[in-house]
Design a protein around this ligand. Structure first.
Ligand code: PNS
Length: 165
């Protein structure tokens, strides 16, 4: 049984994330979405709320209904080992994503050992979501702009509530 982890901040989950998890589920028997802390970002939503929103969105799609969603309490590689994952799957919207992701993938390889470690797989996301980033979604919402067609149902309201709008 092949197990993959789709990690991320998911602050909040977007339609772009759902696209990547769906593609990952087509390649792996079991997919676990890991809601983790990115040390270089200040999260708007708490980890449990991010988990709940991701669970609701994934369970609404028959293709991802069996995907588990869990908080990553520490290092991603420790979480991967715990769930038995052979791969970390991340989506790429463009070159800037690759530049940000490659050092993390190499660090994770460093932490797990170069020959027997978990491999990181980069999956290009759908072109129509190339501009959809959680940070931009929050920025648009902060100024009262429309975000409902960028995120799964329920997420826009949660973001607006967290922003006090
Ligand atoms: O959605 P993001 O912010 O690009 O995801 C990055 C994330 C959260 C997956 C990464 O920061 C991470 O793995 N955090 C968990 C702690 C960890 O393992 N840090 C070392 C990563 S090289």
């Amino acid at each position: 049984m092949s197990i993959a982890v789709c990690p991320g901040s998911f602050d909040p989950i977007t339609l772009g994330h759902l696209d990547i998890v769906r593609r990952t589920r087509r390649m792996f028997d079991v997919v676990v979405v890991g809601v983790a802390r990115n040390a270089s970002k200040n999260a708007l939503l708490g980890p449990e709320e991010r988990v709940d929103l991701a669970r609701a969105a994934l369970s609404a799609d028959p293709e991802t209904a069996d995907v588990r969603v869990e908080v990553v309490p520490g290092l991603l590689v420790d979480f991967c080992e715990e769930v038995g994952a052979v791969a970390v799957v991340k989506g790429l919207r463009g070159g800037a994503d690759f530049d940000a992701e490659l050092p993390m993938a190499l660090m994770n390889r460093h932490l797990t050992g170069s020959s027997t470690g978990i491999e990181t797989i980069f999956v290009p996301g759908e072109q129509r979501y190339a501009h959809v980033a959680s940070s931009l979604v929050k920025d648009v919402a902060r100024y009262g702009g429309p975000i409902d067609d960028l995120v799964p149902p329920g997420v826009a309201d949660a973001v607006r509530a967290a922003l006090g709008r």
